[in-house]
Write a protein that binds this ligand. Sequence first.
Ligand code: NAD
Length: 298
Amino acid sequence: MDIGFIGLGNMGQPMAHRLIEAGHKLIIYDTRNDAVAPLVTIGAQLVSSPADVADRAETVMASLPSLQVSEKVAIGEGGVIHGKRIKRFIDLSTTGSSVAAKIAAALAKKNIVQIDCPVSGGVGGARKGTLAVMVSGPRADVDLVKDVLAVFGKVFLIGEKPGMAQTMKLANNFLSATAMVATSEAVVMGVKSGLDPKVMIDVINAGSGRTTASDGKFPQAVLPRTFNYGFATALMLKDVRLCVEEARGLSAPNSVMSAVLDQWEATNTEFGGDSDFTVIVKMIERRAGVTVGAEKKS
Ligand code: NAD
Protein backbone atom coordinates (compact mmCIF):
# COMPACT_ATOMS: atom_id res chain seq x y z
CA MET A 1 0.00 0.00 0.00
CA ASP A 2 1.15 3.60 -0.57
CA ILE A 3 1.38 5.21 2.86
CA GLY A 4 2.26 8.78 3.73
CA PHE A 5 4.25 9.28 6.96
CA ILE A 6 4.86 12.66 8.58
CA GLY A 7 7.10 13.08 11.65
CA LEU A 8 10.00 10.64 11.73
CA GLY A 9 11.37 11.19 15.22
CA ASN A 10 12.00 8.75 18.05
CA MET A 11 8.76 6.87 17.37
CA GLY A 12 8.00 7.70 13.72
CA GLN A 13 11.42 6.56 12.50
CA PRO A 14 11.22 2.92 13.67
CA MET A 15 7.50 2.68 12.83
CA ALA A 16 8.12 3.89 9.28
CA HIS A 17 11.02 1.47 9.05
CA ARG A 18 8.71 -1.42 9.96
CA LEU A 19 6.17 -0.37 7.31
CA ILE A 20 8.87 -0.40 4.62
CA GLU A 21 10.09 -3.81 5.84
CA ALA A 22 6.49 -5.06 5.58
CA GLY A 23 6.51 -4.12 1.88
CA HIS A 24 4.66 -0.78 1.87
CA LYS A 25 5.73 2.17 -0.24
CA LEU A 26 6.34 5.20 1.99
CA ILE A 27 6.02 8.86 1.08
CA ILE A 28 7.60 10.84 3.90
CA TYR A 29 8.04 14.35 5.26
CA ASP A 30 9.76 15.80 8.34
CA THR A 31 11.16 19.26 9.00
CA ARG A 32 14.55 17.69 9.90
CA ASN A 33 16.84 16.28 7.18
CA ASP A 34 18.56 13.90 9.57
CA ALA A 35 15.17 12.32 10.37
CA VAL A 36 14.35 11.47 6.75
CA ALA A 37 17.78 10.45 5.44
CA PRO A 38 17.90 6.87 6.85
CA LEU A 39 14.46 6.09 5.38
CA VAL A 40 15.29 7.53 1.97
CA THR A 41 18.28 5.15 1.93
CA ILE A 42 15.92 2.18 2.24
CA GLY A 43 13.50 3.37 -0.43
CA ALA A 44 11.11 5.97 1.04
CA GLN A 45 10.13 8.85 -1.23
CA LEU A 46 10.81 12.26 0.31
CA VAL A 47 8.45 15.14 -0.50
CA SER A 48 8.37 18.74 0.65
CA SER A 49 5.22 19.28 2.73
CA PRO A 50 2.33 17.47 4.46
CA ALA A 51 0.06 18.49 1.54
CA ASP A 52 2.55 16.92 -0.89
CA VAL A 53 2.40 13.70 1.11
CA ALA A 54 -1.41 13.81 0.96
CA ASP A 55 -1.29 14.36 -2.81
CA ARG A 56 0.38 10.97 -3.17
CA ALA A 57 -1.28 8.57 -0.70
CA GLU A 58 -4.83 7.71 0.39
CA THR A 59 -3.61 6.79 3.86
CA VAL A 60 -1.43 9.31 5.70
CA MET A 61 0.04 8.73 9.17
CA ALA A 62 1.64 11.26 11.50
CA SER A 63 3.75 11.01 14.67
CA LEU A 64 4.25 14.57 15.89
CA PRO A 65 5.56 16.24 19.05
CA SER A 66 2.88 18.74 20.07
CA LEU A 67 -0.80 19.56 19.73
CA GLN A 68 0.04 22.70 17.75
CA VAL A 69 2.15 20.74 15.24
CA SER A 70 -0.52 18.05 14.89
CA GLU A 71 -3.15 20.69 14.12
CA LYS A 72 -0.89 22.53 11.69
CA VAL A 73 0.12 19.36 9.83
CA ALA A 74 -3.48 18.13 9.65
CA ILE A 75 -5.60 21.19 8.99
CA GLY A 76 -3.25 24.20 8.75
CA GLU A 77 -1.72 25.91 5.74
CA GLY A 78 0.13 23.29 3.69
CA GLY A 79 -1.51 20.57 5.80
CA VAL A 80 -2.79 17.18 4.67
CA ILE A 81 -6.30 18.64 4.38
CA HIS A 82 -5.15 20.24 1.10
CA GLY A 83 -3.98 16.93 -0.41
CA LYS A 84 -5.63 15.58 -3.58
CA ARG A 85 -5.44 11.83 -2.87
CA ILE A 86 -5.80 11.47 0.90
CA LYS A 87 -8.86 9.59 2.23
CA ARG A 88 -7.82 8.95 5.82
CA PHE A 89 -5.47 10.56 8.32
CA ILE A 90 -4.10 8.31 11.05
CA ASP A 91 -2.70 10.33 13.93
CA LEU A 92 -0.25 8.25 15.95
CA SER A 93 0.59 11.23 18.18
CA THR A 94 -0.80 11.82 21.67
CA THR A 95 -3.00 14.89 21.32
CA GLY A 96 -5.85 14.46 23.81
CA SER A 97 -9.46 13.98 22.81
CA SER A 98 -10.45 17.60 22.10
CA VAL A 99 -7.71 18.22 19.54
CA ALA A 100 -8.50 14.85 17.94
CA ALA A 101 -12.18 15.80 17.70
CA LYS A 102 -11.34 19.24 16.30
CA ILE A 103 -9.10 17.74 13.60
CA ALA A 104 -11.72 15.06 12.81
CA ALA A 105 -14.45 17.68 12.34
CA ALA A 106 -12.31 19.87 10.07
CA LEU A 107 -11.14 16.92 7.94
CA ALA A 108 -14.69 15.56 7.67
CA LYS A 109 -15.67 18.71 5.75
CA LYS A 110 -13.27 17.56 3.03
CA ASN A 111 -14.44 13.93 3.27
CA ILE A 112 -11.22 12.88 4.94
CA VAL A 113 -11.59 10.44 7.82
CA GLN A 114 -9.55 10.96 10.97
CA ILE A 115 -8.42 7.86 12.82
CA ASP A 116 -6.90 8.37 16.27
CA CYS A 117 -4.16 5.93 16.83
CA PRO A 118 -1.99 6.80 19.82
CA VAL A 119 0.52 4.13 20.77
CA SER A 120 2.27 2.99 23.92
CA GLY A 121 5.39 0.94 24.51
CA GLY A 122 8.25 3.33 23.81
CA VAL A 123 10.99 3.39 21.22
CA GLY A 124 11.92 -0.23 22.01
CA GLY A 125 8.36 -1.35 21.33
CA ALA A 126 8.26 0.70 18.12
CA ARG A 127 11.42 -1.05 16.90
CA LYS A 128 10.21 -4.54 17.83
CA GLY A 129 6.59 -4.07 16.73
CA THR A 130 5.25 -4.69 20.23
CA LEU A 131 3.38 -1.43 20.85
CA ALA A 132 -0.13 -1.17 22.25
CA VAL A 133 -1.95 0.44 19.30
CA MET A 134 -5.18 2.17 20.38
CA VAL A 135 -7.55 2.94 17.54
CA SER A 136 -10.75 4.96 17.33
CA GLY A 137 -12.55 6.04 14.19
CA PRO A 138 -15.25 4.98 11.73
CA ARG A 139 -15.33 1.18 11.60
CA ALA A 140 -15.15 0.83 7.80
CA ASP A 141 -11.93 2.84 7.57
CA VAL A 142 -10.44 1.23 10.66
CA ASP A 143 -11.11 -2.19 9.09
CA LEU A 144 -9.24 -1.12 5.96
CA VAL A 145 -6.07 -0.26 7.89
CA LYS A 146 -6.03 -2.53 10.93
CA ASP A 147 -3.74 -5.10 9.32
CA VAL A 148 -1.31 -2.35 8.36
CA LEU A 149 -1.38 -1.05 11.96
CA ALA A 150 -0.67 -4.56 13.27
CA VAL A 151 2.90 -4.05 11.99
CA PHE A 152 3.34 -1.72 15.00
CA GLY A 153 2.03 -4.12 17.63
CA LYS A 154 -1.23 -5.25 19.20
CA VAL A 155 -4.23 -3.34 17.83
CA PHE A 156 -7.06 -2.44 20.22
CA LEU A 157 -10.31 -1.13 18.74
CA ILE A 158 -11.43 1.42 21.30
CA GLY A 159 -14.55 2.85 19.64
CA GLU A 160 -15.87 4.92 16.76
CA LYS A 161 -16.08 8.38 18.35
CA PRO A 162 -13.12 10.67 17.60
CA GLY A 163 -10.84 11.01 20.63
CA MET A 164 -11.79 7.78 22.44
CA ALA A 165 -8.38 6.22 21.81
CA GLN A 166 -6.77 9.44 23.04
CA THR A 167 -8.56 9.19 26.37
CA MET A 168 -7.39 5.58 26.65
CA LYS A 169 -3.82 6.63 25.91
CA LEU A 170 -3.88 9.43 28.51
CA ALA A 171 -5.09 7.02 31.19
CA ASN A 172 -2.23 4.69 30.29
CA ASN A 173 0.43 7.40 30.24
CA PHE A 174 -0.75 8.86 33.51
CA LEU A 175 -0.01 5.46 35.07
CA SER A 176 3.39 5.31 33.39
CA ALA A 177 4.21 8.89 34.52
CA THR A 178 3.08 8.07 38.05
CA ALA A 179 5.16 4.90 38.19
CA MET A 180 8.25 6.87 37.16
CA VAL A 181 7.87 9.60 39.77
CA ALA A 182 6.73 7.23 42.52
CA THR A 183 9.61 4.81 41.88
CA SER A 184 12.03 7.76 41.90
CA GLU A 185 10.76 8.92 45.31
CA ALA A 186 10.84 5.39 46.73
CA VAL A 187 14.39 4.66 45.53
CA VAL A 188 15.76 8.09 46.53
CA MET A 189 14.31 7.59 50.01
CA GLY A 190 15.99 4.18 50.24
CA VAL A 191 19.34 5.48 48.99
CA LYS A 192 19.21 8.32 51.52
CA SER A 193 18.76 5.74 54.27
CA GLY A 194 21.75 3.72 52.99
CA LEU A 195 20.09 1.09 50.78
CA ASP A 196 21.73 -0.03 47.54
CA PRO A 197 19.55 1.14 44.61
CA LYS A 198 20.35 -1.92 42.48
CA VAL A 199 19.25 -4.24 45.31
CA MET A 200 16.14 -2.09 45.79
CA ILE A 201 15.18 -2.41 42.12
CA ASP A 202 15.80 -6.19 42.19
CA VAL A 203 13.57 -6.55 45.25
CA ILE A 204 10.83 -4.31 43.83
CA ASN A 205 10.87 -6.29 40.58
CA ALA A 206 10.50 -9.53 42.51
CA GLY A 207 7.80 -8.03 44.72
CA SER A 208 4.51 -6.21 44.57
CA GLY A 209 5.97 -2.77 43.78
CA ARG A 210 7.02 -3.78 40.28
CA THR A 211 6.13 -1.24 37.54
CA THR A 212 7.28 -0.27 34.06
CA ALA A 213 9.63 2.19 35.79
CA SER A 214 11.26 -0.44 38.00
CA ASP A 215 11.59 -3.14 35.36
CA GLY A 216 12.40 -0.94 32.37
CA LYS A 217 13.42 2.63 32.95
CA PHE A 218 15.49 2.22 36.13
CA PRO A 219 17.65 -0.73 34.98
CA GLN A 220 18.09 0.67 31.47
CA ALA A 221 18.51 4.41 31.94
CA VAL A 222 18.66 5.44 35.63
CA LEU A 223 20.98 2.99 37.40
CA PRO A 224 23.58 3.20 34.57
CA ARG A 225 23.05 7.00 34.62
CA THR A 226 22.61 7.14 30.83
CA PHE A 227 19.22 8.91 30.92
CA ASN A 228 18.57 7.97 27.30
CA TYR A 229 15.29 6.05 27.32
CA GLY A 230 14.02 7.96 24.23
CA PHE A 231 11.04 9.99 25.47
CA ALA A 232 11.37 13.73 26.07
CA THR A 233 10.35 15.39 29.34
CA ALA A 234 8.23 17.87 27.34
CA LEU A 235 6.23 14.98 25.87
CA MET A 236 5.57 13.38 29.25
CA LEU A 237 4.57 16.77 30.65
CA LYS A 238 2.22 17.24 27.66
CA ASP A 239 0.60 13.85 28.29
CA VAL A 240 0.08 14.39 32.03
CA ARG A 241 -1.25 17.91 31.44
CA LEU A 242 -3.69 16.55 28.85
CA CYS A 243 -4.78 13.85 31.27
CA VAL A 244 -5.49 16.37 34.05
CA GLU A 245 -7.45 18.53 31.58
CA GLU A 246 -9.37 15.48 30.38
CA ALA A 247 -10.27 14.47 33.96
CA ARG A 248 -11.24 18.03 34.92
CA GLY A 249 -13.38 18.32 31.78
CA LEU A 250 -15.21 15.16 32.83
CA SER A 251 -15.43 16.23 36.51
CA ALA A 252 -13.55 13.04 37.37
CA PRO A 253 -11.32 12.97 40.48
CA ASN A 254 -7.75 13.98 39.68
CA SER A 255 -5.88 14.65 42.92
CA VAL A 256 -3.13 12.09 42.19
CA MET A 257 -2.95 13.28 38.58
CA SER A 258 -2.49 16.87 39.75
CA ALA A 259 0.25 15.92 42.24
CA VAL A 260 2.07 13.95 39.54
CA LEU A 261 1.71 16.88 37.14
CA ASP A 262 3.51 19.18 39.64
CA GLN A 263 6.52 16.84 39.58
CA TRP A 264 6.72 16.84 35.78
CA GLU A 265 6.34 20.64 35.69
CA ALA A 266 9.31 20.93 38.08
CA THR A 267 11.40 18.49 36.01
CA ASN A 268 10.62 20.40 32.82
CA THR A 269 11.59 23.72 34.44
CA GLU A 270 14.83 22.37 35.90
CA PHE A 271 16.09 20.12 33.09
CA GLY A 272 14.34 21.47 29.99
CA GLY A 273 11.78 19.88 27.70
CA ASP A 274 14.40 18.19 25.51
CA SER A 275 15.84 16.19 28.41
CA ASP A 276 15.00 12.49 28.59
CA PHE A 277 12.07 12.02 30.96
CA THR A 278 14.07 9.64 33.15
CA VAL A 279 15.86 12.75 34.58
CA ILE A 280 12.89 13.17 36.90
CA VAL A 281 14.93 11.10 39.35
CA LYS A 282 17.63 13.81 39.29
CA MET A 283 15.05 16.42 40.29
CA ILE A 284 14.16 14.29 43.32
CA GLU A 285 17.84 13.52 44.07
CA ARG A 286 18.54 17.28 44.23
CA ARG A 287 15.96 17.75 46.94
CA ALA A 288 17.26 14.74 48.88
CA GLY A 289 20.97 15.48 48.40
CA VAL A 290 21.80 11.92 47.24
CA THR A 291 22.45 10.23 43.91
CA VAL A 292 20.83 6.97 42.77
CA GLY A 293 23.19 4.54 41.10
CA ALA A 294 26.34 6.38 42.12
CA GLU A 295 29.34 4.25 43.06
CA LYS A 296 29.08 3.26 46.69
CA LYS A 297 31.95 4.62 48.79
CA SER A 298 33.61 1.81 50.74
P1 NAD B 1 10.03 13.36 18.43
O1 NAD B 1 10.14 14.78 18.85
O2 NAD B 1 11.21 12.46 18.57
O3 NAD B 1 9.55 13.28 16.89
C1 NAD B 1 8.69 14.20 16.31
C2 NAD B 1 9.13 14.43 14.87
O4 NAD B 1 8.25 15.37 14.28
C3 NAD B 1 10.54 15.03 14.76
O5 NAD B 1 11.32 14.27 13.86
C4 NAD B 1 10.30 16.45 14.24
O6 NAD B 1 11.35 16.93 13.41
C5 NAD B 1 9.01 16.25 13.46
N1 NAD B 1 8.30 17.50 13.25
C6 NAD B 1 8.15 18.56 14.08
N2 NAD B 1 7.41 19.52 13.50
C7 NAD B 1 7.05 19.04 12.27
C8 NAD B 1 6.27 19.56 11.20
N3 NAD B 1 5.71 20.78 11.27
N4 NAD B 1 6.13 18.80 10.09
C9 NAD B 1 6.70 17.57 10.01
N5 NAD B 1 7.46 17.03 10.99
C10 NAD B 1 7.62 17.76 12.10
O7 NAD B 1 8.78 12.77 19.22
P2 NAD B 1 8.45 11.23 19.51
O8 NAD B 1 9.06 10.83 20.81
O9 NAD B 1 8.72 10.44 18.28
O10 NAD B 1 6.87 11.34 19.79
C11 NAD B 1 5.95 11.54 18.73
C12 NAD B 1 4.54 11.36 19.28
O11 NAD B 1 4.39 10.03 19.79
C13 NAD B 1 4.21 12.30 20.45
O12 NAD B 1 2.87 12.69 20.37
C14 NAD B 1 4.47 11.44 21.67
O13 NAD B 1 3.70 11.88 22.79
C15 NAD B 1 4.04 10.08 21.16
N6 NAD B 1 4.68 8.94 21.82
C16 NAD B 1 6.02 8.92 22.06
C17 NAD B 1 6.60 7.79 22.69
C18 NAD B 1 8.08 7.72 22.98
O14 NAD B 1 8.49 6.82 23.75
N7 NAD B 1 8.93 8.55 22.41
C19 NAD B 1 5.80 6.71 23.04
C20 NAD B 1 4.43 6.74 22.73
C21 NAD B 1 3.88 7.87 22.13
